[in-house]
Design a protein around this ligand. Structure first.
Ligand code: FMN
Length: 249
């Protein structure tokens, strides 16, 4: 297929990115990537001949506030798109509806939607997901929804208005242990610039996305506190049953 696809995402720990890549590559070999994770992007204007896939994680049942702000620079003109949210096996609540409503207000036409499960940021929940089975489902969805993109689309996306409160981020603040080599990777790669030059977390700015913990090459960034450990244990137990992805077209 030679239609160029633009994949646009906010994805601190990579689940959303992986899903969008699989979806994009299953319908085109010309993928443009607009990664909004670490910074804003200049305004982009799309036309009705473009095709876009938007993706975001779910934070507290909503689209993260910072992602909302970054998506607003993307402008469509009757541009067909898919919307995708990745959630950590709890619930996606109003996030998919919110993302769909948001991109519609920016000039996009939603031709397909998906709520997919990825490893939760906290605890050990669905740690191997998205897995091969998820990717197979993502591909099947993308191919079918893309083929149907010219048909009338009047599917319903679950969610409530007003949307629930959420999206601000979590309460955990990663620590920095003495093995830190001050390589600065976490400083450069923090989505909200919440890490100082000395690699310490800025408490007020951090959104608890744990990107720094996942990426730290020497495992200096950590959440090794009793309070977190006991929360993580309880949360892991509570969300142990696998949820399946949901697709709408
Ligand atoms: C602050 C915060 C809030 C979250 N809230 C939810 C939630 O409400 N429901 C859920 O199932 N997962 C929730 N998660 C988990 C993420 O949605 C999930 O891990 C997602 O796949 C991360 O996407 P990413 O890897 O693209 O960053 C939350 C994670 C964080 C950091």
């Amino acid at each position: 297929m030679n239609q160029k696809i633009s994949i646009i995402y906010f994805s601190p720990t990579g689940n959303t990115r992986k899903t969008l890549q699989v979806m994009g590559e299953s319908i085109s070999d010309m993928i443009e990537t607009i990664d909004l994770t670490c910074s804003d992007y200049e305004t982009r204007n799309f036309t009705e001949t473009d095709f876009v896939i938007f993706g975001s994680p779910v934070y507290g049942g909503r689209i993260p506030l910072v992602a909302r702000e970054r998506f607003f620079n993307m402008k469509g003109k009757d541009t067909p798109c898919f919307v995708v949210v990745s959630y950590g096996n709890r619930d996606y609540d109003d996030a998919l509806l919110e993302l769909s409503d948001m991109v519609k207000s920016l000039g996009f036409v939603v031709k397909g939607a998906a709520a997919v499960v990825g490893r939760h940021t906290y605890g050990d929940i669905q740690i191997t997901r998205p897995d091969e089975n998820d990717f197979m489902q993502d591909k099947a969805f993308a191919v079918k929804a893309f083929q149907k993109a010219n048909d009338r689309s009047d599917f319903q996306i679950p969610g409530n208005i007003p949307y629930k409160d959420g999206g601000a981020g979590g309460k955990f603040r990663p620590l920095t242990s003495s093995v830190c080599v001050k390589c600065g990777l976490c400083v450069r790669e923090c989505p909200v610039h919440a890490i100082k030059e000395d690699c310490m977390t800025i408490t007020e700015t951090c959104i608890s996305c744990f990107r720094c913990i996942r990426n730290c090459p020497v495992h200096a960034k950590n959440m090794d506190t009793e309070e977190y450990e006991s929360f993580a244990k309880m949360f892991t137990q509570k969300l142990k049953d696998r949820k399946e992805n949901q697709y709408f077209m």
